[in-house]
Design a protein around this ligand. Structure first.
Ligand code: SAM
Ligand code: SF4
Length: 510
């Protein structure tokens, strides 16, 4: 059980709103009042670089730098990439983005599932179906017994190993609740009907509101994976319009310093994101670069992942349909390529918010993680275990890609991509600063190949349809051949673990 004795408790929503933010834990990271989201610099980059014709020589130099160093670009360099309008030059950028993805992450795509724990919220974000006062939303908080039922479906029937647990912001889903849900997920083991294997959730990432340092230490103690907080928009004026000043989320600086507190607390895998469609995508991406660079400057650790949610229709709001900054699929693809080149080492997540066509298209634009068989209703997995089902009143927004994991694994295999269910990294301490170097040099990409094969083998045997298994076998054979060539001396040890996995042992990793 997590020791929550050091963290503060709140009487009710009003008490929470008034007292939750700890100002010293904001100011500490904005010394001298100087802000790392430099809006003047962002505007200048857009006006003087991104909106001027691109110099192909400069663009190619930046591509080469990104590819060879895997270091985060300067905002001016990212702006130069934004200026590219020529189709052929952009295609060079896309190919470089794909090469970098392969250098850092090899031909893997990591699979995860979202799991919504609660939709009670003290905030009033104008684009979100969960906002307080939206009477069309059916509210609930998962109990631990209900959570176990969700895990039984996710781990035992679908085969997920990695979750992103999502929470509204409310005193009833405090840090204590978040810690208990993480522990409950890790402790639940389920028997797979087909093989009798005992399986469970091995990594719980969290998407929740920013927390104080003491609370983050509690989450660290229960083994949180990545902590995601999306800034929504880095544009302060727009942020204030979207997030009322009476709400906790209305405090821009509390939110934008969320990861500084994480890294200070030792939660060292952090996931940044912007809700694309709220503001000009160029200023959002440039601000993301400034954010990443400030984390690197303070802690020598950058974002473990970047997420690219786009505004989707939600109950009781027209903003997702009417915002003047909505982006089309071409722009979305462009954003991914520029992001991959700008923060070469980071994981890039594209969720089932996207349509199947959009996700298929950007698979070779640098992306590394996706979700499938997703249900974002609270208790959606156990209530609708055998169907893809969506209900606006039970969801934060509507999903675009309802493909099953089996379909997606098969589709990826048809493109010679291995779906990885690996969660070894954080359990072996390969997080934060340790992993940054391994990622930049390409070591992690190769190393994880082995764990990808072992976990793919597990999933094929436990859950795949015959059709998917057949194509999956070809991918495994080619991956094993790659490992044999790359690590001839270590290959027999790998094969030992592989054979054990084939015989039904589970959760073997390097
Ligand atoms: N409540 C926490 C918060 O806002 O930080 C975390 C969970 S919130 C459910 C997760 C994310 O959903 C938000 O950060 C926001 O980016 C995204 N979101 C909200 N409304 C959305 C919409 N209409 N379409 C797509 N994403 C949305
Ligand atoms: Fe609440 Fe998060 Fe939705 Fe805002 S985005 S209303 S904080 S759940």
């Amino acid at each position: 059980m997590a020791d929550c004795s050091q963290i503060r408790k709140f009487k009710d929503a009003a008490d929470y709103r008034k007292n939750f933010i700890i100002r010293e834990e904001v100011n500490k990271f904005l010394p001298g009042g100087k802000h790392f989201i430099d809006e003047v610099l962002i505007d200048r980059c857009i006006r003087e670089i991104a909106e001027k014709p691109a110099d192909p020589v400069k663009v190619r130099e930046i591509i080469a730098k990104s590819e060879s160093t895997c270091e985060t670009l300067l905002p001016e360099e990212t702006a130069t990439l934004m200026a590219v309008t020529d189709k052929d030059l952009f295609e060079e950028m896309r190919q470089a983005a794909d090469r970098i993805k392969h250098k850092v992450y090899d031909n893997r795509i990591v699979m995860f599932a979202p799991l919504y724990m609660s939709n009670l919220c003290v905030n009033g974000c104008k684009y979100c179906g969960f906002r307080e006062g939206n009477s069309s939303q059916m509210r609930r908080v998962l109990t631990m017994d209900e959570l176990k039922e969700e895990v039984d479906v996710l781990a035992g029937r679908i085969g997920h190993k990695r979750l992103i647990a999502v929470y509204g912001e409310h005193p009833s889903t405090s840090t204590e609740y978040i810690a208990e849900t993480i522990e409950t997920c890790y402790n639940r083991l389920v028997t797979v009907p087909r093989t009798g294997a005992k399986v469970g959730i091995r990594r719980v990432n969290v998407n929740a509101a920013p927390l104080p340092i003491a609370d983050l230490k509690v989450l660290r103690s229960v083994g949180i994976g990545t902590f995601q907080v999306f800034q929504e928009t880095y544009n302060r004026k727009l942020y204030e319009q979207m997030h009322p000043s009476w709400s906790v989320k209305g405090d821009y600086d509390w939110r934008v310093t969320a990861f500084h507190r994480c890294l200070e607390a030792g939660v060292d895998d952090v996931g940044l994101g912007v809700l694309y469609g709220l503001c000009d995508w160029r200023s959002e991406l440039l601000a993301t670069i400034l954010h990443a660079r400030d984390l690197e400057r303070w802690f020598n650790i950058g974002p473990h992942t970047l997420s690219f949610p786009r505004l989707e229709p939600a109950s009781g709001t027209r903003i997702p349909e009417e915002s003047p900054y909505l982006i089309d699929d071409d722009t979305f693809a462009r954003i991914l390529v520029i992001a991959r080149l700008s923060v070469p080492y980071t994981g890039m997540i594209v969720t089932a918010r996207e349509s199947p066509a959009s996700r298929n298209r950007v698979i070779n634009h640098g992306m590394t993680q996706l979700d499938c068989s997703s249900n974002i209703a609270i208790k959606g997995y156990s209530d609708f275990a055998n169907e893809s089902h969506q209900e606006k009143e039970r969801q934060q927004f509507m999903l675009g890609d309802n493909r099953s994991i089996d379909e997606m694994v098969r589709y990826l295999a048809s493109r010679d991509i291995i779906t990885s269910f690996c969660t070894a990294g954080y359990r072996c301490g390969r997080t934060g600063g340790c992993i940054m170097d391994a990622l930049k040099t390409g070591r992690e990409g190769k190393f994880c190949k082995i764990n990808a094969v072992l976990t793919f083998r597990e999933w094929l045997d436990d859950f795949a349809s015959d059709e998917t298994k057949a194509i999956g076998e070809k991918v495994i054979a080619s991956e094993l051949e790659g490992i044999r060539e790359w690590l001839p001396k270590f290959y027999p040890t790998v094969m030992e673990q592989y054979e054990k996995t084939c015989r039904g042992e589970r959760d073997l990793f390097f």
